[in-house]
Design a binder for this molecule. Structure first.
Ligand SMILES: *Cc1c(COP(=O)(O)O)cnc(C)c1O
Length: 455
C-alpha cells in the first residue's frame, strides 16, 4: 500500500515534514496520505483514492471542501484588501463587521471580540486577559486556572497546560497553577450504584472542595468545552453546568466556554452553551468560525468581562497583546460568509435533520459486543471499543485497537480518527443521507474486521 519508490509522495513527506499528533509506527508502515483536493465531504489523494472524511478535516470543514461562496468571499477580499493588522487603533472594515456579527449571534446583548489565529491562541489570550484583570484589580495572586481531565484546549504552553491529557507530561507541563478536575463522564467515572444525578452532585462537590482548598481568591477562571471534543466526544453528565455555574458565581470565578468545536452548529444549536442551557462569561471560538477556510480564533467577551477589561486597559492606556494577523481582513470576510452559510443557508438545519439518523447509527453500533459506549450530541459522536462490555475493560494497549479500526476504515475509503480506545465521527454539515449510510456501513465493516482480528 505504501509507494516505496524513492521520490514517492510518501517518501517526500517523510523526508522533510515533521508529523504532529501522528502514530509514527503506523505512518512508517503505511505511508502518509497526501491529499490534493476535495469535493463535498470527500477528499482525494495523490493516487486518486477517494475518502469520505467522517471528521470534517479536524472538525472544521463543515461546509465541505469545495464551497464556492467561501472561496469567492476570500478571493473578493484578497482583491480588495489582502491583509492588515488590528494594532494602533487601525483595523479593516471586515473586522468591524465580523465583531458586530459575532456579538449579534452570541448569547450577549453587548460585548467585545478579540481575534487570534487559532483556538490555542484564543485560550491563551483569555488567560492573559484574566491575569491582566487580576493584576489591575490589585489581586495578583488570582492566577490559577481550573479545567477538567480529558479537556482539550490547545497546544501552546498555556493552552496545553489547560488540556487535561497525560501526553503533555513529555513537555514538563502543565505549568504550575493549572488544576484538572474529574472528567464529567458518567459511563467511565461513575461509581458502582451511583445515579447520574449523584455523579453530577459529586462533580459539583469536587469543585467546591478544590475552591476551598486553593482559596477562591487564587482562582482566575474555569474553562470548559460544553461537549469535550478531542478528549473523546464526552457530553457532560445531566445537569452538570447547572450544578457548577452557581458555585463559580458564588465565588466570583468566571466560566469560560471553549466553543472551538461546539460553536456554530456542531451540536445542532448555534452554541454548545445554548444546547446545555447556560450562559458563560466569555466564549472561545475557532474551527467552524471560518468553516476551516482560514486560520482564525476569537475571544468573545460578555458584558461584564468587557467592562472590566476596558477599565483595566484604560488604567494603563493599553491592552498590551495582539497577533500580527489578528482580525485579518480575509479571515474576517471568510468568517462572515461562513456564519451566513451555516446559519442562513441550511447547514445548521441539516445538522438538526441528520441528528436522529446519526444517533440511530451510533445506537446500532453500540449493540456490538465490543462497543462499550456510543455517545454524542448533534453531529459529534464516538464509539468506544472494549474487550469486555459488562466490566468496561478496555482492549490491551499494545493492540492499538482504535488505530487499527481507523486504518482499516482508511483502506475502505473512510477517514475517521482514533482517540484513546474510541473512534470519532464528526461529519461535515453538508453530508447527505446516503453519505451518512456510507459512513456507518464502512465503519461497521471495519469494526467487524478488527474485532475478529483481536478476539
Ligand atoms: C482544536 C481545539 C482547540 C485548539 O485550536 P487550534 O486552532 O488547534 O489551536 C482549542 N479548544 C478546543 C475545544 C479545540 O477543539
Amino acid at each position: 500500500m505504501r509507494d516505496e519508490t524513492p521520490n514517492s509522495w510518501e517518501a517526500r513527506a517523510d523526508a522533510h515534514s515533521f508529523y504532529g499528533f501522528t502514530d509514527l509506527p503506523s505512518v512508517n508502515e503505511r505511508g502518509a496520505v497526501v491529499l490534493t483536493h476535495g469535493k463535498g465531504p470527500y477528499v482525494y489523494d495523490v493516487h486518486g483514492r477517494e475518502f469520505l472524511d467522517a471528521n470534517s478535516g479536524l472538525w472544521n470543514m463543515v461546509a465541505g471542501f469545495d464551497h464556492p461562496g467561501l472561496a469567492e468571499a476570500a478571493k473578493a477580499q484578497y482583491d480588495r484588501f489582502p491583509g492588515y493588522h488590528a494594532f494602533f487603533g487601525r483595523m479593516s472594515d471586515q473586522t468591524v463587521m465580523l465583531s458586530e456579527k459575532l456579538i449579534e449571534v452570541s448569547p450577549y446583548d453587548r460585548g467585545k471580540v478579540f481575534y487570534t489565529n487559532s483556538g490555542s491562541e484564543a485560550n491563551d489570550t483569555m488567560v492573559k486577559m484574566l491575569w491582566f484583570l487580576s493584576g489591575s484589580e490589585g489581586k495578583p495572586e488570582r492566577r490559577k486556572i481550573i479545567t477538567r481531565k480529558n479537556a482539550y484546549h490547545g497546544v501552546t504552553a498555556v493552552s496545553a497546560s489547560m488540556t487535561g491529557k497525560p501526553y503533555n507530561e513529555v513537555f514538563g507541563l502543565p505549568l504550575d497553577g493549572f488544576i484538572h478536575l474529574t472528567c464529567p463522564h458518567y459511563w467511565r467515572e461513575g461509581q458502582d450504584g451511583e445515579t447520574e444525578a449523584d455523579f453530577t452532585a459529586r462533580m459539583a462537590q469536587e469543585l467546591e472542595d478544590v475552591i476551598a482548598r486553593e482559596g477562591a481568591d487564587t482562582i482566575a477562571g474555569f474553562f470548559a468545552e460544553p461537549v469535550m471534543g478531542a478528549g473523546g466526544v464526552i457530553p457532560p453528565s445531566d445537569g452538570y453546568f447547572q450544578a457548577i455555574q452557581p458555585i463559580l458565581r458564588k465565588h466570583g470565578i468566571p466560566l469560560i466556554a471553549d466553543e472551538v468545536i461546539c460553536g456554530f452548529g456542531r451540536t445542532g444549536a448555534v452554541w454548545g452553551c445554548e444546547a446545555y442551557d447556560f450562559i458563560p462569561d466569555a466564549i472561545i471560538s475557532s474551527k467552524n468560525l471560518t468553516a476551516g477556510y482560514f486560520p482564525m480564533g476569537a475571544v468573545i467577551l460578555g458584558p461584564e468581562l468587557t467592562d472590566k477589561l476596558q477599565t483595566a486597559s484604560d488604567k494603563i492606556e493599553e491592552f498590551p497583546h495582539g497577533f500580527t494577523a489578528s482580525g485579518h481582513p480575509v479571515g474576517c470576510a471568510v468568517a462572515l460568509k461562513a456564519i451566513d452559510v451555516i446559519l442562513n443557508e441550511g447547514l445548521i438545519e441539516n445538522v438538526r435533520a441528520l441528528t436522529p439518523k446519526f444517533e440511530a447509527g451510533l445506537s446500532y453500533l453500540a449493540e456490538n459486543a465490543n462497543i462499550g459506549e456510543a455517545r454524542g450530541k448533534g453531529l459529534m459522536g464516538a464509539v468506544e471499543a472494549v474487550r469486555d462490555k459488562a466490566s468496561k475493560t478496555p482492549f490491551e494497549a499494545h493492540l492499538s485497537v482504535s488505530e487499527r479500526i481507523a486504518n482499516t476504515c482508511t483502506d475502505h475509503g473512510l477517514i475517521c480518527r482514533p482517540l484513546g480506545q474510541a473512534v470519532v465521527l464528526c461529519p461535515a454539515f453538508v453530508m447527505t443521507d446516503t453519505q451518512m449510510d456510507e459512513m456507518f456501513n464502512k465503519l461497521e465493516g471495519a469494526l467487524t474486521q478488527v474485532f475478529a482480528e483481536v478476539a
